[in-house]
Write a protein that binds this ligand. Structure first.
Ligand SMILES: NC(=O)c1ccc[n+]([C@@H]2O[C@H](COP(=O)([O-])OP(=O)(O)OC[C@H]3O[C@@H](n4cnc5c(N)ncnc54)[C@H](O)[C@@H]3O)[C@@H](O)[C@H]2O)c1
Length: 252
């Protein structure tokens, strides 16, 4: 692997799974890992976007329509992936939704349940299914998508912020549970990254969130996928259960 890092193919020989891989951050990560040599499978619920991704990469970026909220579907798809590829080394949990905006008392139990199922249950189900395969290798990297909202708890975004705070706690526990196995579990906590997800936020929320970023702009997909790819790589070796800031200085 050492020569691979020199020729820009850090992930030669690695098998990677990216959820939410048809769009935004997930797609950017899937394409970067693919470009750098990994055998990548993208899971997503959006079949049309998966088709677009697959046709952009006829040479081997695999796609499968999987709903991460369905534990039976996740388990079957994980069995199929690991049977086909023989192993799994890298998992990036990027599937997510914003869910309802507004004061928490206007959020219905159904809306609350949906955002928890996608963001939190989905991350748990997929990582749980991946765990035996990662541990069997004696090497693995998991990256979860948290958010700056986990720490701030912004006004009118309670369910989303709660799921992202849940992902922070889950990441910290998973990192410790897997310490010593060769599998590292970390999270990134972005502020605004320019993706379609931002269209699920009100213009007022987007403007207020942008105003809080000292660097004065949204992050790019290249910046997000660069940090996540590093966390998926061999170069990341002494961090686990950690949450990495990706906020243009907003921190919190
Ligand atoms: N963009 C940002 O500013 C930002 C900031 C902080 C955190 N994040 C997090 O990063 C992750 C990726 O966000 P993004 O901005 O790329 O959003 P995006 O909307 O572009 O992509 C999310 C993807 O998840 C997929 N998805 C939704 N429900 C699913 C399900 N049940 N099963 C499988 N796939 C499903 C969607 O179809 C979509 O392709 C999310 O977890 C999001 O919360 C994004």
């Amino acid at each position: 692997m050492s020569s691979s890092t020199l020729n820009g193919r850090r992930f030669d020989g690695r098998v990677a799974l990216v959820t939410g891989g048809a769009s935004g951050i997930g797609r950017a990560v899937a394409e970067r890992l693919h470009r750098e040599g990994a055998l990548v499978t993208a899971w997503d619920i959006d079949g049309a976007k998966l088709d677009t991704l697959a046709s952009a990469h006829p040479q081997g970026l695999r796609v499968q329509r999987v709903d991460v909220t369905d534990p039976a579907a996740v388990s079957a798809a994980m069995d199929a992936l690991t049977a086909a590829e023989g192993r799994l080394d890298i998992l990036v949990n990027a599937a997510g939704i914003v869910g309802p905006g507004g004061p928490f008392w206007e959020v219905t139990p159904e809306q609350w349940g949906r955002v928890l199922r996608v963001n939190l249950d989905g991350t748990f189900f997929v990582t749980r299914a991946a765990q035996p395969h990662l541990v069997a290798n004696g090497w693995g990297r998991v990256v979860n998508l948290a958010s700056v909202t986990a720490k701030e708890g912004p006004k009118h975004l309670g369910p989303y912020a709660a799921t992202k705070a849940g992902i922070v706690g889950l990441t910290k526990s998973m990192g410790k549970d897997l310490a010593g196995t060769g599998v590292l579990v970390n999270a990134v906590a972005p502020a605004l990254i320019a993706t379609e997800l931002l269209e699920q936020l009100t213009p007022e929320y987007r403007a207020a969130a942008m105003a809080k970023i000292p660097l004065g702009r949204a992050g790019t997909l290249d910046e997000a996928s660069s940090m996540i790819a590093w966390l998926c790589s061999r170069e990341c070796s002494f961090s686990t259960g950690a949450v990495f800031d990706l906020t243009g200085g907003r921190g919190q």
